[in-house]
Design a protein around this ligand. Structure first.
Ligand SMILES: [Fe+2]
Ligand SMILES: [Fe+2]
Length: 250
Protein backbone atom coordinates (compact mmCIF):
# COMPACT_ATOMS: atom_id res chain seq x y z
CA UNK A 1 0.00 0.00 0.00
CA UNK A 2 1.30 3.46 -0.92
CA UNK A 3 2.42 5.89 1.75
CA UNK A 4 -0.29 8.52 1.76
CA UNK A 5 1.09 11.95 2.54
CA UNK A 6 -1.27 14.24 0.63
CA UNK A 7 -5.04 14.25 0.58
CA UNK A 8 -6.59 16.69 -1.84
CA UNK A 9 -10.26 16.04 -1.16
CA UNK A 10 -10.67 16.53 2.53
CA UNK A 11 -13.97 16.32 4.35
CA UNK A 12 -14.16 19.77 5.93
CA UNK A 13 -16.46 18.69 8.79
CA UNK A 14 -13.97 16.06 9.95
CA UNK A 15 -11.11 18.55 9.70
CA UNK A 16 -13.09 21.18 11.63
CA UNK A 17 -13.65 18.60 14.34
CA UNK A 18 -9.93 17.87 14.51
CA UNK A 19 -9.26 21.63 14.80
CA UNK A 20 -11.74 21.77 17.67
CA UNK A 21 -10.08 18.78 19.32
CA UNK A 22 -6.67 20.44 18.99
CA UNK A 23 -7.95 23.72 20.43
CA UNK A 24 -9.68 21.99 23.37
CA UNK A 25 -6.74 19.93 24.60
CA UNK A 26 -6.25 20.16 28.35
CA UNK A 27 -4.24 18.35 31.01
CA UNK A 28 -5.36 16.45 34.09
CA UNK A 29 -2.06 17.38 35.72
CA UNK A 30 -2.79 21.13 35.37
CA UNK A 31 -5.85 20.95 37.64
CA UNK A 32 -5.62 21.78 41.33
CA UNK A 33 -6.11 18.35 42.90
CA UNK A 34 -6.02 19.52 46.54
CA UNK A 35 -9.86 19.83 46.96
CA UNK A 36 -10.26 16.09 46.42
CA UNK A 37 -9.35 15.50 50.07
CA UNK A 38 -12.55 17.37 51.07
CA UNK A 39 -14.89 14.69 49.64
CA UNK A 40 -16.87 12.95 52.35
CA UNK A 41 -16.35 9.25 53.00
CA UNK A 42 -19.69 8.12 51.56
CA UNK A 43 -19.08 10.02 48.35
CA UNK A 44 -15.57 8.56 48.08
CA UNK A 45 -16.84 5.01 48.52
CA UNK A 46 -19.59 5.57 45.96
CA UNK A 47 -17.01 6.97 43.59
CA UNK A 48 -14.72 3.95 43.99
CA UNK A 49 -17.55 1.58 43.04
CA UNK A 50 -18.86 3.71 40.23
CA UNK A 51 -15.47 4.39 38.70
CA UNK A 52 -14.17 0.81 38.82
CA UNK A 53 -15.95 -0.33 35.61
CA UNK A 54 -15.29 3.04 33.98
CA UNK A 55 -11.56 2.74 34.65
CA UNK A 56 -11.63 -0.53 32.70
CA UNK A 57 -13.68 1.04 29.87
CA UNK A 58 -11.45 4.10 29.50
CA UNK A 59 -8.37 1.89 29.46
CA UNK A 60 -10.06 -0.25 26.79
CA UNK A 61 -11.02 2.84 24.75
CA UNK A 62 -7.45 4.12 24.92
CA UNK A 63 -6.08 0.82 23.63
CA UNK A 64 -8.79 0.34 21.02
CA UNK A 65 -8.14 3.71 19.34
CA UNK A 66 -4.64 2.48 18.54
CA UNK A 67 -5.96 -0.91 17.36
CA UNK A 68 -8.47 0.80 15.05
CA UNK A 69 -6.03 3.24 13.45
CA UNK A 70 -4.55 0.75 10.95
CA UNK A 71 -8.09 -0.28 9.98
CA UNK A 72 -9.20 3.24 8.99
CA UNK A 73 -5.89 3.74 7.21
CA UNK A 74 -6.38 0.49 5.26
CA UNK A 75 -9.86 1.69 4.32
CA UNK A 76 -8.22 4.92 3.08
CA UNK A 77 -10.48 6.91 5.36
CA UNK A 78 -7.91 9.60 6.17
CA UNK A 79 -10.54 11.99 7.55
CA UNK A 80 -11.44 9.49 10.27
CA UNK A 81 -7.79 8.65 10.84
CA UNK A 82 -7.05 12.28 11.70
CA UNK A 83 -9.92 12.54 14.18
CA UNK A 84 -9.11 9.17 15.72
CA UNK A 85 -5.58 10.34 16.54
CA UNK A 86 -7.04 13.09 18.76
CA UNK A 87 -9.60 10.70 20.23
CA UNK A 88 -6.79 8.41 21.38
CA UNK A 89 -5.23 11.29 23.30
CA UNK A 90 -8.59 12.07 24.92
CA UNK A 91 -9.16 8.47 26.00
CA UNK A 92 -5.65 8.33 27.46
CA UNK A 93 -6.47 11.47 29.46
CA UNK A 94 -9.70 9.90 30.73
CA UNK A 95 -7.89 6.83 31.95
CA UNK A 96 -5.16 9.01 33.48
CA UNK A 97 -7.76 11.16 35.28
CA UNK A 98 -9.77 8.26 36.69
CA UNK A 99 -6.63 6.41 37.69
CA UNK A 100 -5.37 9.50 39.50
CA UNK A 101 -8.59 9.77 41.51
CA UNK A 102 -7.90 6.33 42.99
CA UNK A 103 -4.29 7.32 43.72
CA UNK A 104 -5.26 10.66 45.31
CA UNK A 105 -7.93 9.20 47.60
CA UNK A 106 -5.66 6.27 48.41
CA UNK A 107 -8.14 3.59 47.30
CA UNK A 108 -7.89 0.63 44.96
CA UNK A 109 -10.60 -0.22 42.45
CA UNK A 110 -13.01 -3.02 43.41
CA UNK A 111 -12.36 -6.38 41.72
CA UNK A 112 -13.68 -6.06 38.17
CA UNK A 113 -15.29 -9.49 38.55
CA UNK A 114 -17.80 -7.75 40.87
CA UNK A 115 -19.13 -6.01 37.74
CA UNK A 116 -19.97 -8.87 35.39
CA UNK A 117 -22.22 -6.69 33.20
CA UNK A 118 -19.34 -4.26 32.62
CA UNK A 119 -17.11 -7.13 31.55
CA UNK A 120 -19.87 -8.18 29.15
CA UNK A 121 -19.96 -4.70 27.59
CA UNK A 122 -16.18 -4.68 27.13
CA UNK A 123 -16.27 -8.17 25.66
CA UNK A 124 -18.82 -7.13 23.00
CA UNK A 125 -16.59 -4.22 22.01
CA UNK A 126 -13.39 -6.27 21.95
CA UNK A 127 -15.03 -8.74 19.55
CA UNK A 128 -15.87 -6.05 16.98
CA UNK A 129 -14.17 -7.05 13.77
CA UNK A 130 -14.45 -3.84 11.81
CA UNK A 131 -14.26 -0.14 12.40
CA UNK A 132 -17.97 0.60 11.66
CA UNK A 133 -19.14 -1.89 14.22
CA UNK A 134 -16.58 -0.78 16.78
CA UNK A 135 -17.52 2.90 16.37
CA UNK A 136 -21.21 2.11 16.86
CA UNK A 137 -20.40 0.32 20.13
CA UNK A 138 -18.09 3.17 21.10
CA UNK A 139 -20.86 5.68 20.50
CA UNK A 140 -23.07 3.73 22.90
CA UNK A 141 -20.24 3.71 25.45
CA UNK A 142 -19.80 7.45 24.96
CA UNK A 143 -23.50 7.91 25.68
CA UNK A 144 -23.13 5.77 28.82
CA UNK A 145 -19.99 7.65 29.94
CA UNK A 146 -21.68 10.99 29.21
CA UNK A 147 -24.68 10.17 31.41
CA UNK A 148 -22.60 8.72 34.26
CA UNK A 149 -20.03 11.54 34.22
CA UNK A 150 -22.82 14.08 34.21
CA UNK A 151 -24.33 12.37 37.24
CA UNK A 152 -21.01 12.53 39.09
CA UNK A 153 -20.42 16.18 38.18
CA UNK A 154 -23.90 17.23 39.28
CA UNK A 155 -23.71 15.29 42.56
CA UNK A 156 -21.09 17.55 44.16
CA UNK A 157 -19.76 21.10 44.21
CA UNK A 158 -16.22 19.89 44.83
CA UNK A 159 -14.20 22.03 42.37
CA UNK A 160 -11.77 19.27 41.36
CA UNK A 161 -14.55 16.78 40.59
CA UNK A 162 -16.52 19.44 38.72
CA UNK A 163 -13.59 20.56 36.55
CA UNK A 164 -12.35 17.07 35.81
CA UNK A 165 -15.71 15.69 34.74
CA UNK A 166 -16.62 18.83 32.85
CA UNK A 167 -13.44 18.28 30.82
CA UNK A 168 -14.33 14.62 30.22
CA UNK A 169 -17.81 15.63 29.06
CA UNK A 170 -16.40 18.16 26.60
CA UNK A 171 -14.17 15.43 25.13
CA UNK A 172 -17.00 12.90 24.97
CA UNK A 173 -19.19 15.45 23.16
CA UNK A 174 -16.55 15.60 20.42
CA UNK A 175 -16.45 11.80 20.17
CA UNK A 176 -20.19 11.90 19.79
CA UNK A 177 -19.83 14.41 16.97
CA UNK A 178 -17.29 12.12 15.28
CA UNK A 179 -19.79 9.25 15.35
CA UNK A 180 -22.51 11.50 13.97
CA UNK A 181 -20.26 12.63 11.11
CA UNK A 182 -19.08 9.12 10.33
CA UNK A 183 -22.48 7.43 10.39
CA UNK A 184 -24.11 10.44 8.70
CA UNK A 185 -21.76 9.74 5.81
CA UNK A 186 -21.75 5.91 5.90
CA UNK A 187 -24.90 4.47 7.49
CA UNK A 188 -27.12 4.75 4.43
CA UNK A 189 -24.59 2.60 2.49
CA UNK A 190 -24.81 -0.26 5.00
CA UNK A 191 -26.73 -3.33 3.89
CA UNK A 192 -30.12 -4.01 5.51
CA UNK A 193 -28.57 -6.99 7.23
CA UNK A 194 -25.74 -4.90 8.65
CA UNK A 195 -28.19 -2.23 9.86
CA UNK A 196 -30.31 -4.87 11.57
CA UNK A 197 -27.23 -6.44 13.16
CA UNK A 198 -26.10 -3.08 14.55
CA UNK A 199 -29.56 -2.40 15.92
CA UNK A 200 -29.54 -5.75 17.68
CA UNK A 201 -26.07 -5.18 19.02
CA UNK A 202 -27.13 -1.78 20.38
CA UNK A 203 -30.02 -3.46 22.18
CA UNK A 204 -27.64 -6.03 23.66
CA UNK A 205 -25.33 -3.36 25.02
CA UNK A 206 -28.22 -1.40 26.50
CA UNK A 207 -29.48 -4.60 28.21
CA UNK A 208 -26.04 -5.17 29.74
CA UNK A 209 -25.96 -1.56 30.85
CA UNK A 210 -29.36 -2.03 32.50
CA UNK A 211 -27.89 -4.91 34.50
CA UNK A 212 -24.85 -2.82 35.38
CA UNK A 213 -27.16 -0.15 36.75
CA UNK A 214 -29.67 -2.41 38.51
CA UNK A 215 -27.32 -5.01 39.90
CA UNK A 216 -23.89 -3.48 40.31
CA UNK A 217 -24.01 0.32 40.48
CA UNK A 218 -27.36 1.11 42.14
CA UNK A 219 -26.03 1.25 45.71
CA UNK A 220 -22.82 3.06 44.83
CA UNK A 221 -24.79 5.64 42.89
CA UNK A 222 -27.25 6.24 45.70
CA UNK A 223 -24.30 6.76 48.10
CA UNK A 224 -23.46 9.74 45.87
CA UNK A 225 -27.07 10.92 45.62
CA UNK A 226 -27.47 9.72 42.01
CA UNK A 227 -30.45 7.89 40.54
CA UNK A 228 -29.43 4.77 38.58
CA UNK A 229 -32.91 4.15 37.09
CA UNK A 230 -33.04 7.64 35.66
CA UNK A 231 -29.50 7.22 34.28
CA UNK A 232 -30.48 3.96 32.58
CA UNK A 233 -33.58 5.49 31.01
CA UNK A 234 -31.58 8.39 29.61
CA UNK A 235 -29.07 6.01 28.00
CA UNK A 236 -31.74 3.71 26.55
CA UNK A 237 -33.60 6.67 25.03
CA UNK A 238 -30.45 8.20 23.56
CA UNK A 239 -29.27 4.90 22.00
CA UNK A 240 -32.70 4.26 20.46
CA UNK A 241 -32.71 7.83 19.11
CA UNK A 242 -29.30 7.39 17.46
CA UNK A 243 -30.25 3.99 15.97
CA UNK A 244 -33.36 5.57 14.45
CA UNK A 245 -31.42 8.55 13.14
CA UNK A 246 -28.95 6.25 11.33
CA UNK A 247 -31.76 4.09 9.95
CA UNK A 248 -30.64 0.98 11.93
CA UNK A 249 -34.10 0.62 13.49
CA UNK A 250 -36.13 0.49 10.23
FE1 LIG B 1 -13.50 8.31 27.39
FE1 LIG C 1 -14.97 8.58 24.34
Amino acid sequence: MAFQYFQKNIDQDFHNLYTKASAEQWAVGDLDWSPIKDLDEDFKQGLVGMLTPLLVSERGAMQACVTMLPKVRDAEDYDSELVLQAMGLDEARHWEGLNRIFVEIDQEPKPITDFKAALGINYVIMRCGDFDQWLWCIQICDIIAGVLYNNIKSATDNPLVEQLFEGFLRDEARHHRFCNLFFGREASNFSKDQQRRYYKQGGKLVKKFENLMKIHLKDYMSMMGCDSTQAFEKVAKAVEGQAKKYGFAD
